[in-house]
Design a protein around this ligand. Structure first.
Ligand code: AP5
Ligand code: MG
Length: 211
């Protein structure tokens, strides 16, 4: 089973992917995480992506597609979750070609449905581990010791694009470029909508039940 997990910034794609990875042994392919890894390693790809990400804008399609293609070629048969890709209709069209070329298919495109007014609170309160990337929230998912990751003990920090003005730009980019994918996946018969509101475990059960 291979899935696309999509939804607005802050909908919970990363949180739910972590559970699918742990419990269903799927591989998470998060384009945001891949770019942040490149930025940390100071690669050319990271340099190209950084200014777009810091401003809350989408990285150009050709850069993202090339990066995903390298990962898809190298899966070795493992089931995967696409988290944050595709994010535009041209990316979705490129994905179809890449899947065909690599004899892969997507079974479901799971849409995590969260109302807009909840997203800002989730994103401004998010803290991320600098070591293992685990995600916390200052109110909804506090670490045991303030500012320290429960899993690996590294320092937690705020993502540079989790500032209110940048979040607004990201939400606008989502509305303009990613929301149209709902119709794209509906036409392909892959679309499933799951409420992303409530407890993390409840949402996980909804996702698992929809697969
Ligand atoms: P990316 O890293 O993908 O960011 P995003 O799509 O904006 O999504 P987020 O990671 O912010 O949110 P999430 O849905 O994963 O939520 P999370 O689980 O963390 O992309 C970043 C940037 O990279 C983009 O802006 C763009 O520049 C570039 N990029 C990436 N992919 C691209 C592409 N394909 N094309 C072009 N550019 C691309 O949860 C958020 C918070 O809410 C956390 O604090 C969490 O603890 C909390 N939370 C989660 N679930 C719940 C719940 N049920 N109740 C309460 N709180 C909850
Ligand atoms: Mg994420």
């Amino acid at each position: 089973m291979n899935i696309i997990l999509f939804g607005a910034p802050g909908a919970g794609k990363g949180t739910q992917s972590a559970l699918l990875v742990a419990r269903k042994k799927m591989r998470q392919i998060s384009t945001g995480d891949l770019f942040r890894g490149h930025i940390k390693q100071q690669t050319r790809l990271g340099t190209e992506a950084k200014s777009f990400m810091d401003a809350g804008k989408l990285v150009p399609d050709d850069i993202v597609v090339g990066m995903v293609e390298d990962v898809l070629k190298d899966l070795g048969g493992q089931n995967f979750i696409l988290d944050g890709f595709p994010r535009t209709v041209p990316q979705a069209e490129s994905l179809d070609v890449m899947l065909m070329n690599n004899a892969l298919k997507i079974d479901k495109a799971v849409f995590l449905d969260v109302p807009k007014d909840e997203l800002m609170a989730r994103l401004t309160g998010r803290r991320v581990c600098t070591g293992c990337g685990a995600t916390y929230h200052v109110l909804a998912k506090k670490p045991k010791a303030p500012g320290v990751c429960d899993l690996c003990g590294s320092k937690l920090e705020q993502r540079v694009d989790d500032k209110e003005d940048v979040i607004l730009t990201r939400l606008n980019a989502y509305e303009a470029s990613t929301a149209p994918l709902v119709d794209y996946f509906k036409k392909k018969g892959q679309f499933v909508s799951v409420s992303g509101m409530g407890e993390t475990e409840e949402i996980y059960k909804r996702i698992a039940g929809s697969l």
